[in-house]
Design a protein around this ligand. Structure first.
Ligand code: ADE
Ligand code: ZN
Length: 338
């Protein structure tokens, strides 16, 4: 088995993927056609050619336009199942999947439509693909806290279909503290808490996510490296960081994969995981992120196994299920390590 094959088959969890960011141009155009909606792009090739981003905002503008083609429960089901099929082929045993409800409710698409479609695909994947999957609802931080609170309240009728809340969209200028009350209410409802922080925003936003929002994982967190006290805190508390290497390159966080600080993070003892973020836009699903990171940064296979183990340990699964998956990882490594 080659190292690439080994990395692809490695049992892993994906903890940072936006379902709207998995909508491949081919499916996007198919869905747009059946819904009789148009986009600013006339073909799959033209759309793909537009995937050149200088920063997060340039990406978000095109990502929200793409998500605007989704209308029916079937659309959300098809998109989610397509992602889960790719995830299964990538060794993913557990996927905790972000969705952006406000991108849909603000266009008049109700929770019942998108969450039912997303959830139904997770049930199919569990039954047919051996992938356990659970949605996490993200609030758009560029919209007011009142809108997030209204979204949380509306979501509670569907409390059984998602496991947690997160915070995404444009980071700089929208610190976590804005959403203190929303996260407190979500916590009181027994939901898991995560937040994007330190992607483009400063280390202070990571502090805010930890101290004020009380999140269990930090999404991205690459800029935490600028603050030694923060690094110590993240190490001491073993706070998982959901790093998305290809996303960081495509959005300008690092010029080249060779410059990514992931090896430094591992060396510091941070609980690093590797994820895809928006794979339809950033040129690769989770295994591609593992492979490109491994190759460009001269990581060892032992380090990659640590990353996979970190991902399984950082899921929101019950302890017994985590242990089972970690056992599966050990068996896989023993039998297949090149
Ligand atoms: N929404 C989708 N992808 C995102 C990212 N990388 N950062 C913030 N919001 C997002
Ligand atoms: Zn993200």
């Amino acid at each position: 088995m080659t190292p690439d094959e080994f990395l692809r088959g490695l049992p892993k969890a994906e903890l940072h993927v936006h379902i709207e960011g998995t909508l491949e141009p081919e499916l996007l155009f198919e869905i747009a056609a059946r819904n009789n909606v148009t986009t600013s792009y006339s073909s799959v090739d033209e759309l793909r050619a537009a995937y050149e981003f200088k920063n997060l905002q340039e990406f978000l503008d095109i990502y929200y336009e793409g998500a605007g083609t989704l209308q029916t429960e079937q659309d959300f089901y098809d998109m989610t199942l397509a992602y889960l099929q790719r995830a299964a082929a990538d060794g993913v045993r557990r996927a905790e999947i972000f969705f952006d409800p406000q991108t849909h409710t603000d266009r008049g698409i109700p929770f019942d439509v998108f969450l039912t479609g997303i959830h139904a695909a997770t049930v199919t994947a569990e039954r047919d693909l051996g992938v356990s999957a659970a949605p996490i609802m993200c609030f758009l931080r560029h919209l007011p806290a009142e809108a997030a609170m209204a979204t949380l309240e509306a979501s509670l009728a569907h409390r059984d279909k998602f496991i947690g809340v997160g915070l995404d969209s444009s980071e700089v200028g929208f610190p976590p503290e804005i959403f203190t009350d929303v996260f407190a209410k979500a916590q009181a409802e027994g939901l898991h808490l995560v937040a994007h922080a330190g992607e483009e925003g400063p280390p202070e936003y990571v502090w805010g996510a930890l101290d004020v929002l009380d999140v269990e994982r930090i999404d991205h967190g690459v800029r935490a490296l600028e603050d030694a006290t923060l690094i110590q805190r993240l190490v001491d508390e073993a706070v998982p960081l959901t790093i998305c290497p290809l996303s960081n390159i495509r959005l300008g966080g690092f010029a080249r994969m060779e410059e990514h600080t992931l090896p430094k993070m591992l060396g510091l003892g941070l609980k690093v995981t590797i994820n895809s973020d928006d794979p339809a836009y950033f040129g690769g699903y989770v295994s591609e992120n593992y492979i490109q990171t491994f190759e460009a940064l001269n990581l060892s296979l032992d380090q990659m196994v640590t990353v996979a183990r970190n991902s399984l340990e950082s899921t929101f699964l019950p302890e017994t299920e985590k242990r089972k998956l970690i056992g599966e990882l050990h068996t896989y490594v023993t039998e297949n390590r090149p």
